[in-house]
Design a protein around this ligand. Sequence first.
Ligand SMILES: N[C@@H](CCC[C@H](N)C(=O)O)C(=O)O
Length: 276
Amino acid sequence: MNIPFRKMHGLGNDFVVLDARAQPLAITPAGAAAIADRHFGIGCDQFIVMEPGRDGADVFMRIRNPDGSEAGACGNATRCIAALVADEAGKDLVVVRTIAGDLPVERLPGGLWRADMGVARLGWQDVPLAWDVDTLHLPLARGAVADPAACSMGNPHATFFVRDLDQVPVAEIGPGLEHDPIFPDRANIGFAQILSPEHMRLVIWERGAGITLACGSGACAAMVNAHRRGLTGRRATITMPGGDLQMEWREDGHVLMTGPVATAFTGTLDLSTFAG
Ligand SMILES: N[C@@H](CCC[C@H](N)C(=O)O)C(=O)O
């Protein structure tokens, strides 16, 4: 069965996007992982399926990591899917529904999109963590990095604050941290270097994906955790290897993320090749 696909990215965090709004697509987690494989498939950081939006949502976005696991949030894909749906419908504001909630996304001048990524959840059960612990200081360390803060943005995040990001062996310590027993659902692990109260650098080891060029929900978590620690104000530019996001943690708890979207190419996929 040949179906069209679209390859999109937000700051180099890349997605294979399939459209199942008109017709359901039966794709197993193993099939999604095969499509996401960079050598034997198309290759992507996340595999996204658009499903019909109902009751106030313009689209439902299903998110899978390259290991086939399902995620509750993907900030960069939220902007990409919103832009796709908004352009189709000639709208400037759309609602993207995920398994974690509804995310309104607004078109801004200059090809930018602002997503309301919802309320950051700060309780230990929200992240979730395996036991009752202060989410502002997790008892977790690897080598020279220690004492991260955690929160949920619809998916689990921990942010380590480091003096020199270039000295952190992210690929080496990321897998063990992602799978640490303190995270019963595993976690996305951020490493942030504060440059000023309005600017930080960030590299993320993503759950189920590894290092990516940018992680929108990871940037939301870094904004929230940095402000909770008194390291930044409520607004900051977050510079990741793929580029910048403008972040704000509003007083009402909502996290706003502004950034670009891009389509790299479109193509046709023979689903029978990837039946998993
Ligand atoms: N790249 C995404 C996050 C994707 C999901 C994450 N790996 C998870 O498993 O929670 C983003 O831009 O937020």
